[in-house]
Design a protein around this ligand. Structure first.
Ligand code: ADP
Ligand code: ZN
Length: 435
């Protein structure tokens, strides 16, 4: 059978009546979720009090901690019998966060992901290799069903086994790669080590997500693979991937406002900020039956862009995430995001895109920051003087951006650990002897 193009999926529109969707979402949560019934009672609110976007701001926020405490099924709003699938976030700190999907949720989720993929330029004629892990992580299954819905040919590789991924990619004529940006860089490096030229692979589009992509990283990936790199955003607590993604203009990520209601707040005062102001993204999915969440504080720092996009889509965009509030490092009173360090390092041709930040702590508080910088083969030198001079240039450049000078440790080429998933940049080390 000839594959047909799903044109409906290509278009996404704002909900006809956002206030109506919010009212329905609130009254559904109140009726069906014991968690939200309690939250409303504590706040002295009734569902009838929520009539429009303005009154919606009276709904209490939901935090990561609320979801942790609800482990495993405390957020459920339907009998478990109606839950078809469970996913969970990695849970590196504390208990994992669990979410469950009804049939209706899975349908909507894959529709949302299909729209994001179509927006990035993927069509039913494409062959997409999914190198996100399949499992509790939402990335693998999320993209899988979205791409299937779009009608693309899916190669469900999952993460790991880089050499085999590469050889199948070549044999299957894969032209779309789904992975974290870190893995796309690692794959190119491995391809070269094995004697392939990544440009021979015919990759056309990268659907990257799960972690930020810096401008330098995007350029590097595009140049190495000869593809168009797009990024898309999502999080397990809200649904998984399929919340926002780039159109070919690459000027921020369009939010699927027909599925989610976004707000930006000041993370300290919790006041709602107007479009264009930077703050913490708060999301309310408008379709979830299984584990609904209202006003979820994502911890991600961004801003909403309301100006029309040259692509013609009318939904607002969110700017690229500059950092997760969880990742902010506070040292000697200075706030630092790993992305600031990454930007400085990208300006040095002698260093690779792989770096680590070691937080030297004493009794839990950060005393010193060490930046481990990996040299490229050509940046590597046998001359101590040259290395010393490079180290000092990097230190000075970081000092002027961060207003503090971290310790620099130059590492040999290819000595830092690579990842097949999200990059883990931060290492914590406790040392009681620190001053
Ligand atoms: P975990 O919290 O274990 O990493 P998730 O897979 O749910 O689990 O991760 C969601 C988070 O990943 C988001 O809150 C955001 O910080 C980050 N993220 C996801 N996609 C992007 C993206 N395109 N750009 C920047 N950050 C992203
Ligand atoms: Zn656009």
């Amino acid at each position: 059978m000839q594959k047909k193009h799903l044109s409906a999926v290509e278009r996404s529109a704002k909900p006809l009546d956002p206030a109506g969707s919010l009212k329905e979402t609130v009254s559904y949560a109140f009726k069906n979720s014991p968690f939200y019934r309690r939250a409303f009672e504590r706040a002295g609110l009734k569902p009838e009090d929520i009539r429009d976007a303005e009154s919606f701001s009276r709904v209490p926020f939901t935090t990561k901690n609320d979801l942790r405490e609800a482990y495993p099924y405390g957020m459920a709003a339907v009998p478990l019998n109606d839950i078809l699938r469970i996913h969970a976030s990695s849970g590196t700190t504390g208990k994992p966060i669990v979410t469950g999907y009804t049939r209706h949720d899975l349908e909507n989720w894959s529709e949302a992901v299909a729209r994001i993929c179509a927006m990035a330029g993927v069509t039913s004629a494409d062959i997409a290799q999914i190198s996100f892990g399949y499992g509790l992580f939402t990335g693998g299954f999320g993209l899988h069903y979205g791409l299937e819905k779009l009608g693309a040919t899916v190669v469900p590789f999952s993460s790991g086994n880089t050499e085999r991924q590469l050889s199948l990619m070549q044999d299957f004529k894969t032209n779309v790669l789904v992975s974290t940006p870190s893995f796309a860089i690692y794959m190119a490096e491995t391809a070269r080590d094995l004697g392939y030229d990544p440009l021979d692979f015919k990759l056309k589009i990268g659907l990257f997500g799960g972690e930020p992509i810096s401008e330098a990283m995007r350029e590097d990936i595009e140049k190495q693979w000869g593809l168009k790199a797009t990024t898309n955003y999502g999080l397990t607590e809200v649904v998984g991937p399929g919340i926002s993604g780039e159109c070919p203009e690459i000027k921020g990520m369009h939010i699927l406002e027909e599925f989610y209601y976004p707000e930006i707040i000041d993370p300290q005062s919790e006041e709602i900020l107007p479009d264009g102001s930077t703050g913490e993204l708060v999301l309310t999915p408008l379709f979830k039956e299984g584990f609904p969440v209202l006003r979820y504080r994502t911890g991600d720092i961004t801003r909403l862009i309301a100006e029309p996009c040259a692509c013609g889509r009318t939904n607002r965009r969110m700017d690229y995430i500059t950092g997760r509030s969880d990742d902010m490092i506070i040292i000697k009173g200075v706030n630092i995001f790993p992305s600031q360090i990454e930007e400085v390092l990208a300006g040095f041709s002698e260093v690779s895109p792989h770096y680590k930040l070691v937080l030297h702590k004493k009794k839990g508080s950060i005393k010193d920051l060490e930046v481990q910088v990996e040299l490229t083969q050509s940046g590597f030198s046998d001359r101590f003087r040259e290395l010393e001079a490079l180290e000092s240039r990097i230190r000075q450049s970081l000092r002027s951006t961060l207003s503090m000078a971290p310790r620099i440790k130059l590492m040999e080429p290819k000595s830092l650990e690579r990842t097949t998933g999200k990059a883990k940049r931060i290492i914590e080390s406790e040392d009681q002897s620190l001053e």
